[in-house]
Design a protein around this ligand. Structure first.
Ligand SMILES: Nc1ncnc2c1ncn2[C@@H]1O[C@H](COP(=O)(O)OP(=O)(O)O)[C@@H](O)[C@H]1O
Ligand SMILES: [Mg+2]
Length: 191
């Protein structure tokens, strides 16, 4: 579980710290106040870790891998022209810094990048493990009617959709697990 997010010089935010409650958190703000950027940054961090963990569960995170994968995911989800565009532009060049703290400190992660960064972030605090559960991003439009074909179209074409849409479509298409979670899932099914 993510406990807090501290950001410096991310797009519209000069400096901000968010302490999250263990269950439901609600972000309220005017258009353009940074709600989507905040959600997407948290999503990109969690999704990068969960994806790498799925690919190679026995390998611990390394700086070399994470500095590239985090940059790629941030660009794929927030879709700036280049990574450095996510660093706040005010007086000259600013460095964007992001720190995520978890209830399990082994997962704590901190990184930064500059306005001229393109394909790598700099890792300041490397987590010891990958996150085990995938985050879920529900976008503003419904995906249930398009998800079956969306992933293959996304993989093979240049589409003006954020990668979190594709990730959610993948999750919508995943098979139901057998086992203890089965009964819990059944309780959500339409009767
Ligand atoms: N590099 C940047 N420097 C400063 N502000 C930026 C930069 N990139 C984007 N922005 C601003 O950040 C804001 C992001 O808002 P957004 O997360 O979409 O808001 P919301 O979801 O709350 O409507 C916009 O106002 C946008 O103009
Ligand atoms: Mg928004």
């Amino acid at each position: 579980m993510i406990q807090s997010l501290a950001i410096n010089n991310l797009t519209i935010f000069p400096e901000a710290t968010f302490n999250f409650s263990p269950q439901l958190n609600v972000l309220v703000g005017e258009n353009g106040s940074g709600k989507s950027h905040l959600l997407k940054v948290v999503y990109a961090v969690l999704a990068t870790s969960a994806e790498e963990g799925r690919k190679a569960p026995t390998l611990a995170p390394t700086k070399n891998l994470l500095q590239i994968r985090l940059a790629e995911k941030l660009v794929a989800v927030l879709r700036p022209e280049s990574l450095g565009r996510l660093a706040r532009r005010k007086q000259g060049r600013e460095r964007c810094e992001i720190t995520c703290l978890f209830d399990n400190p082994d997962l704590n992660l901190s990184f930064s990048f500059a306005t001229q960064s393109k394909s790598e972030v700099e890792i300041k605090k490397l987590p010891k493990h990958w996150i085990e559960q995938s985050p879920v991003f529900l976008p503003t439009r419904e995906l249930l009617t398009i998800y079956p074909g969306f992933v293959s179209v996304y993989e093979n074409h240049y589409l003006e959709f954020e990668e979190n849409w594709r990730d959610t479509c993948l999750l919508l298409g995943s098979l139901v697990l057998r086992g203890p979670r089965e009964q819990r899932v059944k309780n959500y099914s339409p009767r």
